[in-house]
Design a protein. Structure first.
Length: 256
């Protein structure tokens, strides 16, 4: 008998206009639609959430979403991170059990991946947070600090996230990119939080490892809380550079 309780969830897409590496990337529209619209539509295709909200400090972004009939909430310009924006929205959603944080530059996130990260919290009632990873079999990406890696234990709890290669393979002959299960995993840009935990998380100061790696999720691990990691074969990477965006546009054109 399945006693898993269905959780009421919302997807919140944090989107700021002032990106540094790719100027005004949320409003780039070489496909005929802005990047933030693509991500919003990706979120809407998920089956489990009851709603999707874009959290932004930009009137331009909010207007783009509202013109399409979507929901946008203005958040403070002082938000230090996407997590802070999601927490601001969560404060106005007292009926939510779970908030899913889907980065605004993740237009190719699969609907099944969004549903999966919610289901991880349903299946693990004592875990306050969940995320996803995908097998990583590209040596160049393993060495790329822009590609965040994660290692997790046999129960699926995250042990560490890093921009460095983890695990480090001491002997070259053990560096097997074809092994099953995969030795290396790429972290995907999606999180699910229980609402009460998210409100606590947003109030905590950045931790030492978080500041060193520039990875917010390390704040959770350093405080001793579990992050469940689900493995998916779906691959999705955030758009950080002009090259990333050009590749996305090319993929979109081929699929159209």
């Amino acid at each position: 008998m399945n006693n898993t309780r269905a959780l009421r969830s919302y997807v919140v897409v944090p989107a700021r206009l002032g990106s540094t590496r790719l100027r005004r990337k949320m409003l780039l529209s070489d496909t005929g639609r802005s990047l933030i619209e693509h991500t919003y539509e990706a979120a809407r295709r998920a089956r489990r959430p009851v709603g999707v909200v874009v959290a932004t400090d930009s009137v331009e972004i909010a207007e783009v979403i509202r013109r399409t009939g979507g929901t946008a909430v203005m958040t403070s310009e002082s938000c230090a991170s996407g997590t802070d924006r999601v927490a601001e929205v969560a404060a106005g959603l007292p009926d939510a059990d779970v908030l899913v944080n889907l980065q605004g530059d993740e237009p190719e996130m699969a609907a099944t991946a969004i549903d999966q990260v919610i289901e991880l919290l349903e299946q693990n009632p004592h875990a306050p947070m969940a995320t996803l990873a995908t097998p990583l079999r590209d040596a160049a990406q393993i060495a790329n600090p822009a590609c965040v890696k994660v290692v997790f234990d046999d129960a699926g709890r995250a042990m560490y996230f890093s921009r460095s290669q983890i695990p480090f393979v001491r002997e070259a002959e053990d560096f097997d990119l074809t092994s099953e299960p995969a030795l290396f995993h790429q972290h995907l840009g999606i999180y699910a939080y229980r609402r009460d935990f998210l409100m606590q998380l947003a109030s905590w100061p950045p931790s030492r490892m978080e500041q060193a790696e520039r990875l917010e999720q390390l704040r959770v691990i350093e405080r001793g809380h579990a992050i469940m990691v689900g493995v998916t074969q779906h691959t999705s990477s955030g758009i950080d550079t002009a090259e990333d965006y050009a590749k996305f546009v090319s993929r979109w054109q081929r699929a159209a």
